[in-house]
Ligand binder design. Structure first.
Ligand SMILES: [Zn+2]
Length: 97
């Protein structure tokens, strides 16, 4: 069985099995978060997982969930809004509508 070494806030270095770990993956990026319950103190902890950590955890067979991170406003929508503010005719558009 694969053991995964991580650090507990209380206990320091701990060794976990794949069954102790759950991975939360973002639908937007290749990064994610993993959570584990410390085998010594039992506290559930969450850590950011970069692309490399995500790859390792997936390769060892850790179970994962896809978390939708789409917010109410996307960056693209903000950009579009800023662009429309910059254009000179927004006021006339507003005035004529
Ligand atoms: Zn612990």
């Amino acid at each position: 069985m694969t053991t995964i070494r991580t650090t507990c806030n209380r206990c320091g270095d701990v060794e976990l099995t794949t069954a102790d770990i759950g991975l939360e993956l973002s639908s937007e990026t290749s990064n994610g978060t993993y959570r584990f319950s410390c085998p010594f103190c039992g506290i559930t902890q969450r850590r950011p997982a970069n692309h490399r950590v995500v790859s390792i955890l997936l390769a060892t067979g850790v179970e994962y969930d896809i978390i939708a991170t789409t917010g109410p406003i996307t960056e693209q929508e903000i950009d579009g809004f800023v662009t429309s503010l910059d254009s000179d005719d927004w006021f006339s558009e507003l005035a004529t509508s």
